[in-house]
Design a protein around this ligand. Structure first.
Ligand code: CTP
Ligand code: MG
Length: 340
């Protein structure tokens, strides 16, 4: 990698930007407060139900003032999720929560609400336990090297400014960008992040027949990345360079699970061996395999499946634009984030 000579002049402004996006502690306190309120309301009707935070409010990659994602875990015996969501909506509405809405037909059915006391909006889903577990994996990776959190904040801020963080328009979810950042830091030489799923199992959960196993004693990995001295400015430069010019979109699968880049040829082989990967083949046939990002636990789930022929071009042009700006622009900390 050949960085521009003066790349490190960008360290201070990137770090300032990172600091300004981190939620202040009082926001975290308010989120907990709201969770307690919701827990009380829910347990009156469903005493054995438990609430968990997941997504950006719990994975340590959340910006200030973001909505919170909540998962309600309970045993469902012959009851319909939709009925429960409608019941919950009733309860919330009669307890002064605002903008209450049950979206029972969504891909992930949820109840939405806004708490007028804290001003926080929230989405509640039922039994999305894999999301709670992958949230923990992301949070654990973030503890290993502070550069992951810095990089993710800058990349998410870029993606939101450039409108390439919209799955309903065929671009990528924040979750996908975090996986791309982890993958990228696993590939640096020397590596900045290990592959936790390739190490001794210290955490295990079986969720809907998916085995989630990895090394979660991350406090023991504090010095893992210290042999690599790359600065945040160098990493942002290299991140965009990598997705603009080095990644083989047609043939490579981004796999945090293995800590490597897999080839789609290997995936086709896996498809022949496993029924669960079946979805991927169909999409290969349909030519919708335009960027492949394997979910770390639900390996048949390709987070790039939302990307189509049009949006892959948008995405790659944005990576190229960012790479060019990082290399040639005199003021990348402004130009990079110019609204689309
Ligand atoms: N998730 C998932 N599979 C997806 C998308 C999301 O399991 N295809 C789960 C992940 O646990 C993720 C959470 O849903 O952490 C929220 O996803 P997303 O909104 O993309 O990420 P956030 O981290 O909440 O980002 P943002 O700050 O943009 O809300
Ligand atoms: Mg979210």
């Amino acid at each position: 990698t050949t960085y521009p000579n003066d790349i490190n002049r960008l360290n201070a402004p990137f770090l300032t930007m990172f600091e300004s996006l981190i939620p202040p502690n009082e926001e975290k306190v308010k989120q907990k407060q709201l969770l307690t309120v919701l827990e009380k309301l829910v347990s009156k009707e469903y005493p054995e139900a438990r609430l968990f935070l997941y997504g950006s409010c719990a994975n340590s990659f959340g910006f200030s003032k973001s909505d919170i994602d909540v998962c309600l875990a309970m045993e469902l015996q012959n009851v319909d999720k939709s009925d429960i969501l409608l019941k919950l909506a009733d309860i919330f509405e009669s307890n002064n929560l605002q903008n209450v809405q049950a979206l029972t037909r969504a891909r992930v059915p949820i109840v939405k609400l806004m708490d007028p006391v804290t001003g926080i909006s929230c989405d509640i889903c039922i039994n999305n336990v894999l999301a709670v577990v992958n949230t923990k994996l992301l949070r654990d990776y973030a503890q290993i090297d502070v550069r992951l959190r810095q990089l993710v904040f800058i990349v998410k801020h870029w993606a939101k400014s450039r409108q390439v963080n919209e799955t309903y328009h065929g671009t990528l979810s924040s979750y996908a960008y975090v996986l791309m950042c982890i993958h990228f830091l696993q590939q640096r030489r020397p590596a900045i992040l290990p592959c936790l799923q390739g190490m001794e199992t210290t955490y295990f959960a079986n969720v809907d027949n998916v085995e989630c196993a990895y090394f979660d004693q991350v406090e023991k990995l504090h010095n893992y990345g210290s042999r690599n001295g790359e600065s945040i400015a160098q990493l942002v430069w290299a991140f965009f360079h990598y997705w603009a010019y080095c990644h083989d979109y047609a043939n490579d699968v981004i796999s945090v699970r293995t800590g490597r880049t897999l080839s789609t040829t290997m995936i086709k082989y896996l498809v022949r061996c496993s029924k669960r990967a079946k979805d991927w083949t169909r999409r290969v046939g349909n030519d919708r395999h335009l960027i492949c990002i394997e979910d770390p636990f639900e390996v048949s789930h390709d987070l790039g499946r939302v990307v189509d022929k049009f949006s892959i071009r948008v995405l790659r042009e944005e990576f190229e634009r960012a790479a060019q700006i990082m290399h040639y622009d005199s003021n990348p900390c402004v130009t990079l984030f110019e609204p689309y």
